[in-house]
Design a protein around this ligand. Sequence first.
Ligand SMILES: [Fe+2]
Length: 290
Amino acid sequence: MTRAAFLGLPVSHLFDRSNPTTNELIRMADVLEVKNPDPPSFLPPEIPRVFHWGYGVVEDDFKDQFPPVKAHLEATRPALFSCDLGPSARRHEGVMPLSPILGAKAIRERAKSNMKLLRTAYDGPVGLENYNFYPTGLYNLVCDPDFIAEFLEKFNAGLVLDLAHAAISAVNMGFDPFYYLERLPLEKVVEIHVSRPYLPAEPRRLGVDTHEYPEEREWAWLSFVLERTRRAGLKPIVLIEYYKDLEILKESMLRLARELEVPEEPAQAQNFTRLHMPPSRYAAPKRFGA
Ligand SMILES: [Fe+2]
């Protein structure tokens, strides 16, 4: 058996080196996702890394907080840089905007400026993560699948598909999660995030991003997407965004490893050198080159 995707592990600031489970989780991963320019020093250097930044590509903070990230990217050349696709305002607190809501043109201009800044430090593949929609104005346009598809095309970026965000967006906009997933540009998926959100049973209430461990509903979303990424010849990174209990995370990662198993195909990539990205004029970092 081989895997239809790379098994990723987000490196949480909660990871405690003295807990043996931390080491087990790290050793299970094909790839580590670092979220901070100052990651723990005990991460094994031989496991490939990608970098995910918590700021949206439209935000003022992207530029303001960039200097340490720039230094980190230049020093480590991660195989993928990702951040959030949006939001629709330059400043916010939680789900509430603190500055005017931007239209499509202004959103793209802000992103262009921040992407230009990113390219001063990093020439590798970029992924952008879908947000979860709340009706506050902060998520206008940026959760619309057509807008997402156009945006990724314009910036030559892959989709970091957060399944919980997609399901919350769907429910909060009045759609079925599978209908919403189907409308996203799944042919551009480079990474998938799995966790269990709160979705209300009653209409007119809002879903919430609770980051619980995945259950059958979430595995069904994942297999729906993996079926399509496999058909598109993609091999994304899949990781679980759950941090509350490392033993439960370990169980979830074992389940994820089973979910990713597919019969061996000789032509299929066996290692991280074949992370499939959208066509890019930016060369993959040489250390991961095939
Ligand atoms: Fe995520």
